[in-house]
Design a protein around this ligand. Structure first.
Ligand SMILES: [Ca+2]
Length: 364
């Protein structure tokens, strides 16, 4: 039990100090909050302490003001004391969800059904790297294209897309992304020993600040390749000049954003014109990994699923939306902006912003 005083309202609507643990109140009273925080609402002058409380609370915006704000009781806090979106004094901090393998355990749609003998769950089930499970395509000739499509369910900011192969690496493959749940697709990266011939792309184009959203083509094979078990990993920011100033690069923030990833396995062997071109073989992949963070624009430290399983950021800083991409209602006093390390760009309640010289009594 912590020793905090408990302000509740007397009959005249004024806060009174009660012994610890004795306060009882209902939603009919001028309280909002639960757990170990609450706010008293009434007209009057705003004490300094309440400003931070207001920022941390889901406030009920009735006609009122925080007169005597903080209520603490025993039990788990409503607001995690270590909430990375705020410091100890309630000041907002830029916060981001954990780095994850966003593909793990997700379903992958394949254009090769393998007559239902192949289990696409084996593409995203990596638990024990020394005991891998493999997905294999239908037996195809070496020029048959197979798509593997994975939906992330919301926007993520991706650091890498990688494929671990059970069989030989394909000679040519491509990685595409969608930013609108599969409506349209944009190329992320191409791999081929014959970039011009297969994809019409010049290999290894130099990236500058003027073409940072350019998809590149590279040879995924380097030196002596193992006959099977190789890995192809696409790093979304590698070689892109503004990656060192990612906070201030909307171009790259956009570049790494995706809701869906599609891997297109194009050819197993080089286009040679030889009889080998029609050799029957299989694509075989043990793991598709997509490394990144749920995109919350610096305004949430985690993403949560609702009852239907739909993922959304748990938005803080008075932001709202699936990706905390807008200010929540009644907090439009300045335009929404993505948080940076130096400025959180918290959305501001009209009342808070105008409180310094204009007490709330004017609005009551
Ligand atoms: Ca596997």
């Amino acid at each position: 039990m912590r020793a905090f005083s408990l302000p509740i309202l007397d009959e005249g609507g004024k806060p009174t100090i009660q012994p610890e643990g004795k306060a009882h109140f209902s939603t009919k009273s001028n309280f909002s909050g639960k757990g170990n925080h609450a706010v008293v609402w009434m007209c009057g002058k705003q004490p300094e302490i309440c400003r931070s409380v207001m920022m941390k609370m889901k406030c009920l915006l009735s006609c009122g003001w925080v007169e005597s704000g903080l209520l603490k009781t025993a039990g788990p806090p409503l607001l995690d004391e270590a909430d990375p979106c705020y410091d100890d004094s309630g000041r907002p901090l830029r916060c981001i969800p954990d780095f994850v393998n966003a593909a793990f355990g997700r379903q992958v749609a394949s254009t090769s059904t393998c007559n239902n003998r192949c289990d696409s769950r084996h593409l995203t089930d990596l638990l024990n790297p020394s005991n891998v499970t493999c997905w294999s395509s239908d037996p195809v000739d070496t020029g048959t294209v197979v798509n593997l499509t994975l939906s992330l369910g919301k926007k993520y900011e991706l650091t890498y897309v990688s494929l671990q192969f059970c069989g030989p690496k394909p000679d040519s493959m491509a990685v595409y992304k969608s930013m609108n749940y599969g409506e349209t697709w944009l190329p992320f990266q191409f791999y081929s020993t014959q970039c011009r011939k297969v994809f019409g792309k010049t290999p290894n184009v130099l990236l500058t600040r003027s073409n940072e959203q350019e998809s590149l083509c590279a040879d995924a094979r380097s030196g002596i390749e193992p006959p099977s078990g190789g890995r192809v990993a696409f790093s979304t920011l590698e070689g892109r000049p503004s990656s060192y100033d990612f906070d201030n690069s909307p171009v790259l923030q956009d570049w790494v954003t995706a809701t869906d990833i599609r891997v297109v396995l194009v050819r197993l062997k080089p286009v040679s014109g030889s009889s080998n071109e029609t050799e029957v073989a299989q694509y075989s992949v043990s793991d598709l990994a997509i490394g990144g963070r749920c995109k919350c624009n610096g305004h949430a430290s985690k993403c949560v699923a609702d009852k239907s399983g739909s993922l959304s950021c748990e938005c803080k800083h008075n932001t709202a939306g699936k990706d905390c991409e807008k200010c929540k209602p009644f907090h439009f006093d300045r335009p929404w902006r993505r948080a940076t390390a130096h400025n959180v760009h918290e959305c501001v309640d009209f009342l808070i912003h105008h409180s310094d010289d204009n007490p709330i009594q004017d609005y009551c």
